[in-house]
Write a protein that binds this ligand. Sequence first.
Ligand code: CA
Length: 251
Amino acid sequence: MNRSISKICNKKLLYKPLQAFILGLCIATGTSVMAQLLPVKGNLINLNSREGEQLLLESKARTDYLPLSLQFVTQDNLAYCGVASIVMVLNALEIPAPESPEYGKFRLFTQENFFNNEKTRQVVEPQVVARKGMTLDQLSQLIETYAVKVQVYHAGNSSLEEFRKLAVQNLEQPGNFILVNYLRSSLGQETGGHISPIGAYNEKTDRFLIFDVSRYKYPPIWVSTSDLWQSMNTLDSDSGKTRGFVLINPQ
Ligand code: CA
């Protein structure tokens, strides 16, 4: 333990004034230190609500919830939703990770070291992703540069029924994951294309749980299959193709 911290922690006399100071500081700056998420509106349900929690408790297809929640990260910049989603999945799959200077001898995929793999840069450069995000095909090509098997589905070549079947199957199985690429505005959210992992499915209400990686903006939400499907079945002007989903399995 840092000696100065240890000193403070061991002096009971200092504890109360320190506690009062910290409490006062929190009250004084309370509005500026709290996350200011946008409201969850329309037909979406906030996971962090009584109803949202109930949907999770009732869910029978939630095998991926725990491993993903242990690796849940906030995207590093406004366009890094794809990178953050991939990093969550690679860590959850326990794929051997590259070094990361800030963690010494410990290895973990981060949104920075993800691009250390030469092959990823051949798909797309990180500065391009930071500026304009990535398409569904780039997402799958980037994941494929690591030791995993990827199946990509554009909504235009698939169907709601096929998506539901494959997604539920995946959410019931351990050791594999699913990412969705959808248009936020189609769900009544702000605003463009987005990528995030799915963590669970509630059969009774036919809803999927999206682990939204823009955690500075929205909480995880429960979305109906038809709404999610519609938001994936939209045209990405960068690729000229519809958005969709990818299934990721170990090799
Ligand atoms: Ca799974």
